[in-house]
Design a protein around this ligand. Structure first.
Ligand SMILES: Cc1cc2nc3c(=O)[nH]c(=O)nc-3n(C[C@H](O)[C@H](O)[C@H](O)COP(=O)(O)O)c2cc1C
Length: 125
């Protein structure tokens, strides 16, 4: 069971009537990294974050989608990687969907209390 990202922005894990993890977006970007690089996962998601920031600047809606590895670990996935010329030893990490928003954006969520703890230097030593 998942938890809602927000009440007015249900994700596929919360709402069984949503049939595509890409939410019908007209454009889906895939972020690949070398499989052997230790920081491939954080690098890919930093890249995705930069992509969604750039998309917002351009007036596009976007969503970062996880589980690139599982999505491409299929016959079709391997076939597509070959067709697209993805080098051997590279792996899909995540996706960024892009499109124009239909309707309104979800309302901003309230910040949760107690999620940031500031440790003063004298508490460490
Ligand atoms: C690392 C990461 C992975 C995410 N993976 C998914 C995903 O698989 N499916 C999805 O619908 N949204 C995914 N999202 C988007 C989040 O669900 C959410 O919409 C986005 O982070 C905005 O959150 P906020 O409303 O708290 O600002 C992901 C976001 C991040 C940062």
């Amino acid at each position: 069971m998942g938890g809602y990202v927000s009440a007015d922005q249900p994700s596929i894990i919360d709402d069984p009537s949503i049939k595509s993890g890409f939410y019908g977006a007209p454009t889906v970007c895939v972020v690949f990294t070398p499989v052997s690089f230790l920081y491939g996962v954080p690098d890919a998601f930093c890249c995705a974050e930069n992509m969604v920031l750039a998309a917002s600047e351009l007036g596009l809606a976007s969503c970062i989608i996880a589980r690139g590895e599982d999505t491409f670990d299929t016959l079709l996935g391997l076939e597509l990687m070959k067709k697209w010329g993805i080098p051997e030893g590279w792996i899909a990490r995540c996706f960024v969907t892009l499109g124009y928003c239909e309707g309104g954006y979800p309302s901003p969520k309230e910040r949760r209390a107690g999620r940031i703890k500031i440790i003063e230097q004298e508490e460490i030593l």
